[in-house]
Each structure stands twice: as structure tokens, then as C-alpha cells.
Design a protein around this ligand. Structure first.
Ligand SMILES: Cc1cc2nc3c(=O)[nH]c(=O)nc-3n(C[C@H](O)[C@H](O)[C@H](O)COP(=O)(O)OP(=O)(O)OC[C@H]3O[C@@H](n4cnc5c(N)ncnc54)[C@H](O)[C@@H]3O)c2cc1C
Length: 472
């Protein structure tokens, strides 16, 4: 007998909606997340009680948390999942120590990792991810810097810029690898969700009113510390993201928030050997699924951004779809779920149209990666440079796991989440082969860095039973 019918991993919009739909259909559901409150990245709860915020995201997050609190879902928040086995045993560490439980089915809703295409000085203190800036603004209610430059591509640029202005920060510029034409091409798809488009236009209006300089089709080439501040150097770039020769602009700031899109968090679906494919538009490697997120592994589902970048609105609908589909597969309230499944499918298609257009704006651009200098660090955990990756490739490395063994690229605490995508792109480019050919880092437990002490808990050494010596 398993502990639950379904375990959902990740309490963002995708995971919470999957858990709610499956629980309402009659399944015994457990939900795990390492954060202390549900909401995921986009609806992240403030770290301190009593903070006020009238934003649409805060309201949507509060509604999600309230629905979860009223449901029969067993929520294990503040629990870091470090292992998942093929028979769906989930091992986690929480405030009370280790916890293991089993289920008949698993929905993975583990979200994304931010991608930063390295440039000279990207590891300098004061240079942070765009996504990290959203955490500071939403959760800690802290400005990334007194003066900030935001750079990279995609909708998080506008979100961080507008959030910084709203919080009273000073913006010194927005550097966008995309051009105005790229945004215009995305407009028809954005009309699929006028409510989200309205929010985007409100951000654009706030940015325009602040008279912040906008550097479209530009890229960050260098950040150099100057006293306690940072001097950022910008260059115009081509559509592929390659910096062009010509006049460099200099901007002096306290903080540079930079991000070049998101990559799906596929550690768990890879660990469980579901079949995957590479899709640049979806953000990288993704599990092969049907509309409801059902993978090639029986009773294993993946939803939301972990299944391919499509944004928060699509993640919520995708979660509902998977929760209902899983309930039907496990025999709960069969038949009566069909109308709800049909409606969720239509709502998901509309939201995903919007989300896919945004994901295309953030897709990795090949010229951008090719322009990385030889002495620039790619793997920041292990200090591996582009030159070392190129050398390993010239010496015979043919896939990313060989590259990892030879250079230690991807072997540090982040387990390749930060560098993996760019390292694979560099290898594929140098070998002149498609991205699929160089593969992806093997997924391994523990899924998150953790101490042995967290697993063992407190113990008295003298209490450890010592087996008697075996008779000779
Ligand atoms: C740092 C960051 C900030 C972002 N900020 C924004 C934003 O401000 N606005 C926006 O529109 N989009 C933002 N995004 C994009 C955003 O993730 C999505 O579009 C949306 O939140 C996707 O929802 P989801 O439910 O698929 O995943 P998420 O919301 O990412 O939820 C996934 C959840 O899984 C949990 N999780 C993953 N692995 C484990 C594990 N091993 N153990 C326990 N828990 C685990 C995470 O803690 C997280 O809460 C951000 C992305 C990142 C990476």
C-alpha cells in the first residue's frame, strides 16, 4: 500500500493546480516544495509577514495559497526533495528532518533555472540574475541596487525594470538583445491573453514615463568593478546576439541584473529515464509528453515550465490538465472528468500561445554563445573557462558527460544547472554537430546540495550499534 495516490513535486502554479485538481477528483495527494510557502517563482510569498503589495501577482499568489489551505492536499512545504526512485518513493529533508513517502503516480512541476550567457566580469559581486532580482523584489522587498542596469532578453527584463521603479529604485538602462521587430512579431500571439498583455503594457508605460534609456538589439560585453560600483560596457549586436564592432556605451551602476532566458528543470524526469528531446524554443531539453503532460514512463507526468517554457498562466492550466488526467488514469471519478479536461485543454492552448511567444524571445541565440571570449568562466562552481572547454573538445570530448569528466565543468554544487546549457552549446558548435548529439549532463541524486548531517539528523555516537565480530 502506498502512502498517497499522487505526489506532486513543486508548489508553483503548475504543481498547486495539479494537486488541487487531483484532490478534488478524489485522490490522496501530497505536495512538496522547498519554499516555506506555495506560489513558486512567479507568485513567491514575501519572506516577512505583514508586508503589503497590491500587485496582480501577489493577489494571484494569495488566492493559490488560500485554495491550497482549504483543500485536502497534504502540503510538505519547506521540504527539499533530494531523491526520487523509479517506484515513486520521494525522499525529502524538512524542518523535522528526513521524510520518505511513496505514491502510485508522480507529477513533476519543478519549474526552471535561469540562463546567463557568460561575459567578461559576470561573476563579479553586484552582477545578479534577472530572476534573482525578482526574488529580492518580491520576497525580501529589497532593491537589487540603488542604481540598476537590467540586461538580457525576454519578459523578465520588463518585469524587473518595472518592479525596480515601483520599489523606488533608479534604473540606468535596459539592454535588450531582442529588437523592436522581435517584440512586434510576438504581438499577435500575445493577443491570446489580453489580461497578461495589459500587465505588460502597464510595465512598458511605467518604464517610458521614467525616461529610462532603452538599448534595443544591444548586449552586455563586459562589467568591470570601479571602486564600489560597476562599469558596464554595452555593444550593438546582430539578430544572433553577436556583438558588433563600433562604439561601446559605458554605464556606471551599483547592480547589473542580467538574464538570457530560462531552461526547464528536467533533473527528475531524466533521473527516471523518461524520453527527452531538445527544443531551443522550449528552452532546452524537455521530456516528450502528450497534451496532459504524460511522459513515456508510466504514471509519470511533467507540467509547467519544467515541461517547456510557457509562463505562469500556461503552467497553471497545464497543472490542472495533468491533475485531472492522472485522476482519470488512477480510476477516480472516471467519465465525469471529460468536460473539465476539455475546458482545461482549451484554456491551456490559449495561455501557451502567449507563453511560447515569450519563450521564443528568450531562446538561446547561437551568435551570443560563439562570442564568448576564451578566458571567460563558463562553470562558475569549478572555474572552468571557455578555453578549457574548447581544449577538451579538441582533445576528443564528444559529449557533455565526457567534457564534465575531463574538465569538472558541471561538477560543482549547482550540478550543471547554471553552465550546462552554454557548455553543451559550445561543444556542439565546435564539433559542428546538432545540440542533441552532445547530450545533457546525467542527472544524479542528491538533487540538491545537502549535508550528511541533514540526512542523519542528531545522534549520539555511542548509541550506534556496533555489530559483533563474525566468528572465524
Ligand atoms: C528565480 C526565478 C524567478 C522567476 N520570476 C518570475 C517572475 O517574476 N514573473 C514571471 O512571470 N515569471 C518568473 N519566472 C518564470 C516562472 O518560473 C514561471 O513562468 C512560472 O512560475 C512557472 O510555474 P511552474 O509552476 O512551472 O514553476 P515554478 O513556479 O518555478 O515552481 C516550481 C517549484 O518547484 C520547487 N522545486 C523544484 N525542485 C525542487 C526540489 N528538488 N525540492 C523541493 N522543491 C523543488 C521550487 O521551489 C518551485 O517553488 C521566474 C523563474 C525563475 C527561475
Amino acid at each position: 500500500m502506498t502512502d498517497y495516490d499522487l505526489i506532486v513535486l513543486g508548489a508553483g502554479p503548475a504543481g498547486v493546480n495539479a494537486a488541487l485538481a487531483a484532490s478534488a477528483a478524489g485522490l490522496r495527494v501530497a505536495l512538496f516544495d522547498e519554499n516555506r510557502a506555495a506560489g513558486g517563482q512567479v507568485y513567491r510569498a514575501p519572506a516577512f509577514a505583514g508586508t503589503t503589495d497590491d500587485s496582480a501577482e501577489r493577489q494571484a499568489g494569495d488566492a493559490l495559497r488560500e485554495a491550497l489551505a482549504k483543500s485536502r492536499v497534504s502540503a510538505f512545504l519547506g521540504h527539499q526533495v533530494w531523491a526520487v526512485t523509479a517506484d515513486f518513493q520521494v525522499d525529502a529533508v524538512g524542518p523535522q528532518g528526513s521524510l520518505s513517502c511513496t505514491s502510485r503516480a508522480l507529477v513533476v512541476a519543478s519549474g526552471t533555472t535561469e540562463r546567463v550567457v557568460p561575459f567578461e566580469g559576470w561573476t563579479t559581486p553586484g552582477v545578479i540574475g534577472l530572476a534573482a532580482a525578482t526574488i529580492l523584489l518580491k520576497s525580501q522587498k529589497v532593491l537589487p541596487g540603488k542604481t540598476t542596469l537590467v540586461a538580457g532578453c525576454g519578459p523578465l527584463l520588463a518585469a524587473v525594470a518595472a518592479g525596480t521603479l515601483k520599489a523606488g529604485g533608479e534604473l540606468r538602462g535596459i539592454v535588450d538583445v531582442a529588437g523592436f521587430g522581435d517584440w512586434l512579431r510576438a504581438l499577435p500571439a500575445m493577443l491570446a491573453r489580453p489580461d497578461i498583455l495589459r500587465q505588460g503594457l502597464a510595465w512598458a508605460w511605467a518604464i517610458r514615463r521614467s525616461r529610462t534609456p532603452l538599448y534595443a538589439r544591444h548586449t552586455l560585453v563586459r562589467v568591470i568593478p570601479e571602486g564600489e560600483r560597476l562599469r558596464a560596457e554595452l555593444a550593438p549586436c546582430d539578430r544572433a546576439g553577436r556583438a558588433l564592432p563600433g562604439e561601446r556605451k559605458q554605464v556606471l551602476v551599483d547592480c547589473v541584473a542580467v538574464g538570457h532566458g530560462l531552461t526547464p528543470a528536467t533533473e527528475i524526469t531524466r533521473l527516471l529515464h523518461a524520453r527527452h528531446r531538445y527544443s531551443r524554443k522550449a528552452g532546452g531539453w524537455v521530456a516528450i509528453t502528450d497534451d496532459c503532460g504524460r511522459t513515456s514512463r508510466e504514471r509519470l507526468y511533467v507540467v509547467g515550465d519544467a515541461a517547456g517554457i510557457a509562463g505562469a498562466a500556461a503552467a497553471a492550466e497545464h497543472g490542472t490538465l495533468a491533475g485531472l488526467a492522472c485522476a482519470r488514469e488512477l480510476g477516480a471519478a472516471a467519465g465525469s472528468l471529460d468536460p473539465a479536461l476539455g475546458q482545461a485543454q482549451r484554456r491551456h492552448a490559449r495561455a501557451a500561445r502567449f507563453g511560447h511567444a515569450m519563450a521564443r524571445l528568450m531562446a538561446l541565440r547561437e551568435g551570443h554563445v560563439q562570442g564568448i571570449a576564451a578566458d571567460t568562466i563558463i562553470c562558475r562552481c569549478e572555474d572552468v573557462t571557455r578555453g578549457e572547454i574548447d581544449a577538451a573538445c579538441d582533445a576528443g570530448a564528444r559529449d557533455v558527460n565526457q567534457l564534465k569528466a575531463w574538465t569538472r565543468c558541471g561538477m560543482g554544487p549547482c550540478q550543471g544547472r547554471t553552465c550546462g546549457d552554454v557548455a553543451a552549446e559550445l561543444l556542439a558548435t565546435r564539433l559542428d554537430v546538432p545540440r542533441e548529439a552532445v547530450g545533457i549532463f546525467s542527472a544524479r541524486t542528491p538533487l540538491r546540495p545537502m549535508t550528511v548531517g541533514a540526512l542523519t539528523g542528531a545522534f549520539v555516537y555511542a548509541d550506534i550499534p556496533i555489530p559483533k565480530a563474525a566468528p572465524l
